[in-house]
Write a protein that binds this ligand. Structure first.
Ligand code: SF4
Length: 218
């Protein structure tokens, strides 16, 4: 593991508390919720997911609903006319080639193959795929959003703010058994303290280690 991360992660464990992966939603629910969460808040995506589940009692119904109707049901998530066909594309693939609406088979694949299977669908990028694999199966992958990319860049762990490139780097730099905690800690740090415009370095548990802290501390 990256030497700097060996210093950083125990500090964040102490600051935010230890984070360990536990089984949660099934993978298909996780994927649909993650698609709904693209470019919106957790609150709005959660409401859209709830509305989808309330309206349709089976994935077969979601798969075969008129796409405009599905878009209307999930409209609170925004970009509904893009997200509805993305959801139906995966469901149609499962119905046609796998005969059941389940992504559980991905757990048997190597992470890179599971990522490829997911990202071969429209609107599913590396971050969305990694979220599904990490949260549903605890696979050793590192979803990187703008918050995580920004924090990792400011700390000098990666040399790019591009989330896709940062994700590729971090998947090699973070040890497998620390990937879940890394994701959870860095997203929290980015959302709550290491803001894009005015990071709150004086409140940051990594201030003494961060090469950019003096840039922002008055
Ligand atoms: S010290 Fe400041 S710039 Fe560095 S990680 Fe913390 S909040 Fe971000």
């Amino acid at each position: 593991m990256h030497n700097f991360l060996l210093q950083v992660l125990p500090i964040l464990d102490g600051f935010y508390g230890s984070r360990h992966w536990r089984p949660g939603r099934n993978a298909l629910d996780e994927l649909v919720l993650t698609i709904l969460s693209q470019n919106t808040t957790d609150r709005n995506s959660g409401r859209a997911f709830h509305e989808l589940k309330r309206t349709y009692s089976t994935w077969h119904q979601v798969c075969n609903a008129p796409v405009g109707e599905l878009a209307h049901v999930i409209r609170i998530a925004g970009l509904a006319h893009s997200k509805a066909p993305r959801i139906q594309s995966v469901l149609q693939h499962l119905a046609t080639d796998y005969a059941e609406y389940s992504l559980d088979f991905l757990a048997q694949l190597p992470p890179s193959d599971a990522q490829t299977w997911l990202t071969n669908h429209p609107g599913i990028g590396p971050k969305t795929a990694a979220c599904v694999l990490l949260f549903a199966f605890g696979m050793p992958v590192v979803p990187v959003d703008t918050h995580i990319g920004r924090v990792a860049y400011r700390l000098g762990i990666v040399d790019t703010e591009n989330p896709v490139k940062a994700q590729q780097l971090l998947e090699t730099l973070v040890a497998d058994d620390h990937k879940y905690a890394f994701h959870m800690h860095f997203i929290q740090l980015g959302r709550l303290i290491c803001h894009a415009r005015r990071p709150l370095c004086a409140q940051c548990p990594l201030q003494t280690l961060c090469p950019r802290a003096s840039t922002y501390v008055a």
